[in-house]
Design a protein around this ligand. Structure first.
Ligand SMILES: NC(=O)c1ccc[n+]([C@@H]2O[C@H](COP(=O)([O-])OP(=O)(O)OC[C@H]3O[C@@H](n4cnc5c(N)ncnc54)[C@H](OP(=O)(O)O)[C@@H]3O)[C@@H](O)[C@H]2O)c1
Length: 265
């Protein structure tokens, strides 16, 4: 792992918390150059300090990934300063529930703006530079929720499915330029996003274990990576379930509370 990541320039969105924060801290041990982006600048500054103490050079940007102009400006700023970014990780995202019997279109718009548009605004501005350099890795952190419409999660599941499909198309288009695209699908990871008891969360993964698995998958340039393995198997089974079995079983097994409000995590 060390040889592969040594001296690499890596951009991570959603670096103020959870998976993105831990990836930043993990990569900071490899003499990397890091670009960390999220909205909460105070948190980014603390993580910048920690990463610098570990030996990394770090730029931070307080930005909303759904702001296209700002994301394009940040990409050109970074490319001007550091010339090339080896790995771009579109991790920023919102989770949450949006039950169909009192569906919030406002909330749905938020999922679309952050999870779908934000992923494109993060990755696309780096494609030209990667094409010119005939190398680079684009990474999207989707979810196992991408593979079926989970109960009360029309907004989250559909946004995560859109991410996976978007990444797949990028992958086939960009292969000829030497650019790899990884679609990462985590199960339940111990982060602020899962710090609630709205439904069952089996096979929860500690965040550092998650970072190691993501880093290995990126190093291997895995096109699609589902983890942890018990959830990968359950997801494959779930994908194959006939509609009538899915409709009967999944709401009963999910352990969801009856009267759930629309809310983000
Ligand atoms: N935890 C899980 O079990 C799990 C499972 C599957 C997939 N995922 C995915 O993994 C990713 C990270 O989740 P997490 O668990 O680490 O959650 P988290 O701890 O809540 O972190 C989410 C990160 O995204 C950033 N973010 C949210 N909206 C943003 C916006 N509009 N612009 C810029 N940054 C934004 C947040 O930073 P600011 O608030 O400072 O902007 C924060 O750094 C998400 O895409 C999530 O869907 C998580």
């Amino acid at each position: 792992m060390k040889n592969f990541y040594h001296n690499k320039t890596i951009l991570i969105t959603g670096a103020s918390s959870g998976i993105g924060k831990d990836l930043a801290l993990f990569y900071s041990a490899f003499n990397t150059k890091l670009i960390l982006l999220a909205r909460r600048e105070d948190l980014l500054k603390q993580i910048q300090d920690e990463c610098q103490k570990n030996g990394s050079e770090v730029l931070i940007f307080a930005a909303d990934v759904s702001d296209r102009k700002k994301m394009e400006a940040i990409a050109s700023d970074v490319l001007n300063q550091w010339g090339f970014v080896d790995i771009v990780i579109a991790n920023a995202g919102v989770g949450g529930l949006n039950p169909a019997d009192h569906f919030s279109l406002d909330l749905n718009q938020k999922f679309v703006a952050i999870n779908i548009l934000g992923l494109a605004y993060t990755l696309v501005p780096f494609i030209d530079s990667m094409k010119q350099n005939k190398k680079g890795i684009l990474v999207g952190i989707s979810s196992l929720a991408a593979f079926r419409g989970l109960p009360k999660a029309a907004s989250y599941s559909s946004s995560k499915a859109a991410q996976g499909v978007f990444l797949e198309s990028l992958r086939v288009d960009l292969k000829k330029y030497g650019i790899s695209v990884c679609s990462i699908h985590p199960g339940f990871i111990e982060t602020p996003m899962t710090d609630h008891d709205e439904f069952k969360m089996p096979f929860m993964v500690p965040v550092r274990k998650s970072s190691i698995l993501i880093a290995k998958a990126i190093k291997r340039k895995k096109a699609v990576y589902l983890y942890p393995w018990p959830m990968r198997i359950l997801t494959y089974i779930n994908k194959k379930l006939p509609v009538c079995v899915y409709d009967y079983l999944v709401p009963r097994l999910s352990g969801q509370k009856q009267n759930t409000d629309s809310r983000t995590f």
